[in-house]
Design a protein around this ligand. Structure first.
Ligand code: FES
Length: 74
């Protein structure tokens, strides 16, 4: 499924970037995801939060994703 239309990035591309260490929108943007209109950022934040919740290996990353999620819902 395409998540970022502007950059033609799929959910698999996003998941791969997260698996490679992306923990924030800024990290994903450095991977070329979500760098244009920003309408995909809500979905990106959700994917980051889900990945953080599923991973207990890196509490700092979880915190960053939780901050992103809180900022998205504010
Ligand atoms: S849809 Fe991702 S930046 Fe526009």
């Amino acid at each position: 499924m395409i998540v970022c239309l502007c950059r033609a990035k799929s959910d698999r591309d996003v998941a791969r970037a997260i698996d490679d260490g992306a923990a924030s929108i800024a990290d994903l943007q450095r991977c070329g995801i979500g760098t244009d209109c920003g309408s995909c950022h809500g979905m990106l934040r959700m994917m980051l939060a889900e990945a953080a919740a599923a991973s207990a290996a890196c509490p700092e990353c979880s915190e960053a994703a939780a901050d992103d999620l809180a900022a998205a819902s504010a």
